[in-house]
Design a protein around this ligand. Sequence first.
Ligand code: SF4
Ligand code: SF4
Length: 124
Amino acid sequence: MPFVITDPCIGTKDHACVDVCPVDCIHPRKDEAEFEQASMLYIHPDECIDCGACVPACPVAAIYDSVDSTPSTQQGLVEANAVYRAGDSGAVAKAEAIVKAHMAAHADLMAVPPAERAAAHAKG
Ligand code: SF4
Ligand code: SF4
């Protein structure tokens, strides 16, 4: 089961997870053209080896260790992680559309500062 990035990354996107991932499966990286366009980063499920290194690296607890452990409010973002693949034509737009829909549907969570958003997931 792959690891999943969720909405505390929106507004944080500090790249810490990319720097520790041993298989370079978190994108877009800062040196990729789509980094500025992306609201958050994505873990590709086919490439993640479930090593767990990214979880303690994330300052806002945005990363869950499986689809099953991802809270219900965040399940829509599972698909955003899966659909994005660096450099694929149209992939960033598809992922961003999912993220924008998530943000619209969860205005309550978006109003919580990123550092406190993961704690709000548990209450949802
Ligand atoms: S669990 Fe490991 S392989 Fe998967 S995204 Fe995190 S650091 Fe990369
Ligand atoms: S460490 Fe967390 S907040 Fe930073 S880019 Fe990765 S998932 Fe996003």
